[in-house]
Design a protein around this ligand. Structure first.
Ligand SMILES: NC(=O)c1ccc[n+]([C@@H]2O[C@H](COP(=O)([O-])OP(=O)(O)OC[C@H]3O[C@@H](n4cnc5c(N)ncnc54)[C@H](O)[C@@H]3O)[C@@H](O)[C@H]2O)c1
Length: 322
């Protein structure tokens, strides 16, 4: 496989590169800025890979990458997160919607080469939790998101369906929730990763949300995207994702158990996120299984190991914990 990753310098991108390189696959990186800050920690060997510094919303950027590097699969991750889309919905739509259309248009132009487009949707594509009476929640429920970001993700799912029906371009997407792990430093739900960092740094930290959430380790998410890119799936697949469903109070208790030094220094705002939990991921299990489900205990310890290394080297930045 030769996989083009858009948003490659981001959190998902760094880990997906790492897993792909472990498997011996060829990887081409595309991001709006040549930022190696996450890549250097997660997968330093990626420094030698081709890196296209380009804006996915610009005409020709994705197409040129496909042509120049013999790309046969695309993992499309480039996007702005909830707060950035709320602040500037026009730019949000440009990147999250038009950018995704650019990716599909490039795939259309190179239909003979591109086997599948795998792209990121989100739990935010769903309606708020009170709208769903049947649990666990299947994929084909009504979608009435309450954020621009969520609405853009719904739009992408619908457009992917059009590209399958009109152009025969296969695609697969996932709807992750709170993904945590080293490198998760952007977006509304990055506070779970920050709480682990706070434990390593031994500084008090308040998580800005409460209630029950579904926490998913980044390696498990990388596995999903890569497996979907490898399998010869047909159609415009949409998959729910399910990790460990936990109350924020229990997440704090677990972090305190793993790092007793932080006892009493972590707190949370009890206001829950307006995001549905308890999703049915049996379709992903059927098509892509057996799925990886890292125990949060192991996920937190591995995440902490990265922060511990930075701390030992005097490079742990705690400015985001204030
Ligand atoms: N992190 C989560 O918990 C989570 C949950 C659900 C869905 N998602 C989705 O997964 C995907 C990856 O998320 P992430 O956490 O890695 O995000 P991230 O913010 O860490 O990475 C996104 C990357 O996209 C790049 N980018 C932004 N605009 C671009 C443009 N115009 N052209 C090229 N590159 C551009 C950024 O520079 C950044 O490196 C996103 O689509 C996100 O919406 C993430």
């Amino acid at each position: 496989m030769t996989v083009l990753i858009t948003g490659a310098a981001g959190f998902f991108g760094s880990w997906i590169i790492r897993e792909l390189l472990d498997m011996g696959e060829r990887v081409v990186l595309l991001d709006i800025k040549k930022d190696y800050s996450r890549i250097d920690e997660v997968v330093p060997e990626a420094r030698s890979l081709p890196f296209i510094e380009g804006d996915i919303t610009a005409e020709g950027v994705v197409e040129n990458a496909i042509e120049k590097h013999g790309v046969d699969r695309i993992i499309h991750l480039a996007a702005l997160q909830i707060p950035a889309c709320r602040k500037d919905p026009i730019t949000g739509a440009m990147i999250n919607v038009i950018g995704t259309l650019r990716v599909f248009e490039a795939a259309k132009k190179h239909k003979d080469k591109i086997r599948i487009v795998v792209y990121a949707s989100s739990i935010a594509a769903l309606s708020p939790p009170e709208h769903y009476k049947v649990k666990p929640i299947p994929e084909d429920v009504p979608l009435r998101p309450v954020t621009h970001y969520g609405a853009f993700k719904v739009c992408n799912e619908l457009c992917a369906n059009v590209y399958w029906h009109e152009e025969g371009i296969p695609s697969a997407t996932f709807r992750p929730y709170v993904v945590y792990g080293f490198g998760r430093d952007v977006g509304a739900t990055a506070d779970i990763t920050r709480a682990v960092k706070a434990a390593v740094a031994d500084v008090p930290f308040r998580i800005k949300f409460g209630g029950v959430v579904d926490i998913q380790y980044i390696r498990d998410i990388a596995y999903l995207f890569i497996t979907a890119a490898m399998r010869e799936l047909k159609g415009a697949r949409v998959y729910n994702v399910r990790g460990a469903i936990m109350h924020v109070a229990d997440i704090i208790r677990l972090i305190e158990e793993l790092f007793p030094n932080i006892r009493g220094k972590l707190s949370y705002d009890p206001t829950p996120l307006a995001l549905a939990t308890d999703l049915d991921d049996s379709a992903a299990e059927r098509d892509l299984g057996p799925l990886r489900k890292t125990d949060p205990r192991d996920g937190f310890l591995e995440t902490a190991s990265f922060f511990e290394k930075l701390k030992r080297e005097g490079r742990l930045d705690v400015s985001d914990l204030k």
